[in-house]
Design a protein around this ligand. Structure first.
Ligand code: C2E
Ligand code: MG
Ligand code: MG
Length: 543
């Protein structure tokens, strides 16, 4: 016993661990996707915030350019230079302003008029509005940071390269690009990224080039864009925590799922093992529920219903254990056991009383099993019981493999069995489809009967089912009749109705059933007895 528990425990553990590893894998992938999505978004946001600053710088520069390019004072006079200094001092982004002629700086806020620089600067781009752009216009800061310059007329301004802290941290880098005069030619004003096509820097969007991710945002105010870029690995490193969280969450979900699955599987397997053992040891029971002629109340037959209690003595519903047996492929063993019991319990009555029948439920697997019908024929002929004394109930679901079901039904009917569609109305078959299957009868599911007297719409379908059954010459059994009101509902039916339900009797063991049946028969016979002769009747106990 201890061995079984231990091996079961290690099985659950192994399965749970496997599911956790799979979950971690899925979590890793999920975490990575989330992280790269976040990284891309961060890159986008970074490009947008750089763009905001660049937009503000460009707007300020252009405003100052517009003012100083139409001077109030004579060019490079003290007053002119004083004006530049005022602008530079007041500005957040401007580092210098002055006048330039043929690429040679004439005077500036920082150097005044005395400035002598041999260097001749050449503009890198000409923009559509005639503004010249310089990648570096920094006479006073040789070898230091690049100073981007703009020139209109003879006036120029210079911007510092710094970005405010609000723009956000590096690992990302950025570049600023400008559209040239034709609109299509472009150049990087700041930053470099060899190997990337110019168009990448001039259109909104994200692109992956090699191992580098680019996000470009273009200005709505001037012909330029900013591009943020970072190595994917570096961008992802910043989101590492999300990947780790993904692995953890994935592993935990995987483990829980695996545990639940292995317990459910273990439970079902445990149940299946116990059930198999019970079948082998003949530990299943069969109860019989009376089927009556609704109008007269006379018992015309019974339905055999199998019962089983597991090893700890808990009664398990056939709805559950039949499903387990179906899933594990041994429902046929249950069917054969029930058949043996029916014949053992009712052989004599079935042989002698042609008006009485027992119904048994069979599963889809029985219909598909080529040995089932021959075994049934054999058992009945050895017992000397006619096929018509054993009704066969199949559910709508078991007729899914239409042709196989149709052939089996045909053969069962040829052998004299009445074939019923059980739980009619719960599946998808139309009555016409059942006609095609050529069954003899339908058992209307108890859900319809129990809707009688309630305001459920389900009940509205009943008259339709009854009239179609009549049109197709199908016999009708109503299941689950619990109250007189439910039974009375069918009083006006134009077809004879057989009924089954607690109102007429619960499923009971064979002996009790036979006693009750004999007593009822005696009562019926007593109706023919002379007055004054009475018979004592014992009613069946419920089970
Ligand atoms: P079913 O064949 O439709 O059987 C009728 C079910 O309704 C039985 O449930 C019965 O006890 C219950 N019932 C009868 N009258 C009333 C009533 O007035 N009110 C209510 N609420 N219920 C009523 P049971 O015995 O639990 O069986 C459930 C299902 O298990 C059966 O439905 C049948 O599909 C399956 N089953 C039972 N025995 C066998 C068997 O030997 N073989 C196969 N393959 N399936 C079986
Ligand atoms: Mg049934
Ligand atoms: Mg039923």
């Amino acid at each position: 016993m201890l061995k079984i528990v231990r091996s079961r425990f290690s099985e659950v553990l192994a399965f749970t661990a496997l599911a956790a590893v799979c979950g971690a894998g899925v979590g890793y992938e999920g975490g990575r996707s989330a992280a790269s999505w976040l990284a891309e978004n961060r890159l986008d946001q970074y490009a947008a915030s750089v763009m905001d600053v660049v937009d503000a710088k460009a707007a300020e520069g252009r405003e100052v350019l517009a003012m100083i390019s139409s001077p109030k004072f004579s060019s490079c006079s003290d007053a002119d230079i004083g004006t530049f200094r005022q602008f530079v001092l007041r500005s957040e982004y401007l580092k210098d302003a002055g006048r330039i002629l043929d690429g040679v700086i004439q005077c500036s806020a920082s150097g005044g008029r005395t400035l002598r620089v041999e260097e001749r600067f050449t503009a890198n781009f000409v923009q559509r509005d005639g503004t010249l752009a310089y990648k570096n216009l920094a006479p006073l800061q040789p070898g230091k940071a690049m100073m981007v310059g703009l020139q209109r007329g003879d006036a120029y301004v210079v911007f510092g390269p710094q970005m405010p802290a609000s723009v956000g941290p590096i690992p990302m880098q950025f570049s600023i690009s400008l559209r040239g005069t034709s609109g299509s030619t472009a150049g990087l004003l700041t930053g470099t990224y060899p190997g990337a096509e110019p168009s990448l820097f001039l259109h909104d969007g994200r692109r992956l080039v090699g191992a580098t991710l680019f996000a470009t945002r273009c200005s709505t105010r001037f012909a330029g864009c900013t591009t943020a870029y970072a190595l994917v690995a570096v961008a992802l490193r910043a989101e590492r925590k999300k990947v780790i969280a993904g692995v953890f969450v994935g592993a935990i979900i995987g483990a829980l799922f695996g545990l639940a699955l292995s317990l459910a599987y273990g439970h079902s397997r445990g149940l299946a093992q116990q059930l198999r053992r019970a079948i082998r040891n003949d530990k299943l029971h069969v109860l019989y529920q009376p089927v009556v002629d609704r109008a007269s109340g006379v018992i015309v037959g019974a339905e055999a219903l199998v019962r089983w209690s597991d090893d700890s003595g808990h009664a398990i519903s056939p709805d559950i254990f039949i499903k387990v047996a179906e899933e594990r492929g041994f429902v046929g063993e249950v069917t054969r056991l029930v058949l043996r019991r029916i014949l053992r319990d009712f052989e004599e009555i079935l042989r002698k009383d042609g008006t009485f029948h027992i119904n048994m439920n069979i599963a889809a697997a029985d219909l598909e099993d080529p040995t089932f019908i021959p075994a049934l024929e054999d058992a009945l002929s050895r017992a000397g019981v006619a096929g018509r004394s054993l009704g066969i109930e199949i559910t709508e679901g078991s007729t899914a493999r239409h042709q196989i079901a149709k052939d089996a039904i045909q053969r069962l009917r040829q052998n004299g069995h009445i074939v019923y569609i059980d739980d009619f109305g719960t599946g998808y078959s139309s009555l016409a489809c059942l006609h095609e299957l050529a069954v003899d009868a339908i058992k209307i599911d108890k859900a319809f009967i129990q809707a009688i007297g309630t305001d459920s719409v389900t009940v509205n379908i009943l008259p339709q089912i009854l009239s179609m059954a009549e049109a197709l010459s199908l016999r009708v059994v109503v299941e689950g009749v619990e109250t007189q009101e439910q039974s009375n509902y069918f009083a006006g039916a134009t077809v004879p109705i057989l009924a089954q339900g607690w109102l007429f009797g619960r499923p009971i063991p064979a002996r009790e059933f036979q006693r009750a049946w004999m007593e009822r028969r005696t009562i019926e016979e007593a109706r023919l007895l002379p007055r004054g002769v009475s018979i004592k009747v014992r009613h069946p106990k419920s089970a």
